[in-house]
Design a protein around this ligand. Structure first.
Ligand SMILES: [Cu+2]
Length: 224
């Protein structure tokens, strides 16, 4: 093969390699979870209802065994995402369907409800300000927005019960309903996450789903 031929082969191989890299990068970028829009068309002064669920294992996608949150869209569809667009200075009425089991908290501080309107939350209709995770079923997850000083413990289900194993779970499975409200601040991006080290099989429980957007953490994109 002449010099020109060899150059052509090398060039072609290089082209394929670059193409593969670009394809992989684009596939990775596209895989980021979608955002549920609660801001567009919002009537100023009215609250936003935001409903999520926690499941012990998502049951599909690249990490079917990972623990996860899911979000319900305004039209009622369950989506595997933790990214929300929200209007600024607006009351958010949160409902969490908690389908997972739990354990005693390593840090008892996280058993407290902080930063919500009224400083409390309801568990299956009963108001509470703290959960003693050393009693009963323990705590499965928290819903926490560190930069806003908001945190709510999510009481767990009995791990011996017939728990839902794949999302989205329905209320036919054992669950706890946790409700609370908070105010969104001014525009900006605010991370939220679970503070229970629930990443089973990862170092100290803090890897995997605990550090992957779409599973145990996400963002509030607060818009004006
Ligand atoms: Cu968690």
């Amino acid at each position: 093969m002449g010099r020109g031929g060899r150059l052509a082969v090398v060039g072609a191989l290089l082209g394929v390699a670059v193409g593969l890299v670009v394809f992989t990068v684009m596939a990775f970028l596209r895989s980021s979870p979608s955002t549920v829009d609660f801001a567009t068309g919002h009537q100023p002064g009215t609250p936003v209802d935001l409903t999520v669920q926690t499941v012990g294992s998502i049951g599909f996608g690249p990490h079917p065994t990972w623990v996860s949150y899911l979000t319900q869209t305004p039209s009622g569809q369950w989506i595997h995402t933790t990214l929300w667009d929200l209007p600024a200075h607006t009351r958010v009425n949160m409902t969490v369907y908690q389908y997972d089991s739990g354990s005693p908290l390593r840090n008892q501080q996280l058993g407290q409800v902080v930063g919500t309107i009224g400083g409390d939350a309801t568990l299956n209709g009963k108001t509470f300000r703290v959960i003693n995770s050393n009693a009963g079923n323990g705590v499965g997850h928290t819903f926490s927005i560190p930069t806003l000083g908001i945190s709510v413990p999510l009481y767990a289900n009995n791990s011996n019960a017939n728990l839902c194993s794949a999302a989205p779970c329905t209320t036919h499975s054992p669950h706890n309903v946790v409700r609370f409200s908070f105010m969104t601040p001014g525009p900006g991006q605010y991370p939220w996450q679970c503070f229970v080290p629930c990443g089973l099989g990862f170092l100290y429980g803090n890897g995997g789903p605990m550090q992957t957007v779409g599973y145990m953490g996400g963002f509030l994109e607060v818009v004006a």
